[in-house]
Structure formats: structure tokens, C-alpha cells
Design a protein. Sequence first.
Length: 256
Amino acid sequence: MVKKEPIGHLWQFPDKNYILKWAGILSAFAGIQVLVQLVSFLSGILIVSNLTKADYAVYTVATSSFIILFTLSDLGIGNALLALGGKVWNDNLRLGQLLRSALKLRLVYFLFGALAFTAVLFSLSLRAGASLRLTIGIWAILLVNALLQMNYTIWSIVPRLRTEITRLQTLDLSASLLRLAFLAGAALTFMSTAVVLIVNGLGLGLQALVGWRWANRVIVPAARATPGDRQAILDLSKNEIPNALFYCVYGQASVI
């Protein structure tokens, strides 16, 4: 007669509690991500419903130009940070040096990217019917927004390396809810391309501020950029430059 095994022995995984733990983490991850997407969808509905056709055309140009600026300001630095940061994530001094090196390098990229961004924004925005005054205003707003996002994506490397994904998602959800609240208020009063971009900047500002506070609780304040880290980031990121340039050209071709 064959002896029946207890039900608990049927579990094939080596560590049941470990699997259940990660199943819970992934469920929470998916749940928050769905909420972020839903809030972003509602924000998009408010924008489409309340902007005039002319304003929405300018908004589309502004959004595509912003993507160019941010893409040219990164050029693989974010991915290089994750790769290099994985080796020093538990060394607060080295991690600080790496982040500050990336921030300095990204600022250089930002200055060059701003040239291409400016040319694209002014040519397409004026063609879309925006006034010169409005275009200059949009240009200034987008530069600030890009700097905020640039800083956030650097500082957020710290919680990402520490797999604090829920914390990052909660911040993303908070920023999305903030944007939705201000957009709802603008829909009841006055909404324009500039207003929408300013509201986007408020969300980015929240993320940049909180990300900076998180990072500076971990890294050593005296950490400074080093030539070695700069070169290591360049070596890893240079392979992504052709893809980034192609993405920029392809994206603008679809807008035009």
C-alpha cells in the first residue's frame, strides 16, 4: 500500500515563505502601478477635454521637445548608474561620489541638449501657431522641468539600488495625484498649454525634492565627483548614444 505524503510536502519550491513574500511584493507593485496609470489617464482626459485644438497642438510640440531635451541629457547615464551603483550601493561615500559625478556629467549633456531642444521647440511651436511670447514661456518652463526630472532620476538611484520599489511607486502616485488635483482645478477655472506644463513641473518638483532628501540621508555629504567615476559612466553610456539620437529623430519625424 502506497503511503500518502502530507499536503505540505507537495510544495515544490525550496523556500515557501520566500516565494510568498515576493508574491506579495509583486502584487503590491502591480496594484500601485495600476493606480498610477489610472490617475495619469484621468489627467490626460482633463487635458484633452479642456485644451483648445490650437493649444493641444502646441502642447504636443512642447511634450515631444521635452523628450528630446531629457533624452539628450541622459544618453545612457541612468543605466550606467544602475550598473556601477550595484557595486558600491552599500558604500555611502563611493555611492555619493558616483551620483555627483553623474550629476555633473548630465549637466554637461543638458547644456548641449538644450541647443537642439531650443531649435526644435521654436521652429515647431511657431509653425503650430504659438506666439513668440508663449514659445519663450514654454521654453523656460520646460528647461526647469527637465532640470527637476534630471535631478530626480539621479537621486532616485539610491532607493532603486536598495530595492525600495514601493517607496518610489508611492512617490510617483503622490506626484500623479498632485497633478490631477491641480489639473482639475485648472479645468474649473482656466487651462492652457503653459498651465499644464507648470502643473507637470509641480509634480516633478515634488519628486525631485523627496528624491534628494532620500539620497542625502544615505550618501556622505562630503562626497565629490571623481574623474574615475566620470570616465566609467562615459565608457558604459557611450554605446547608447546612437540609439538615443535615433529615438530623438524618429520621435520628431512622427510629430512633423
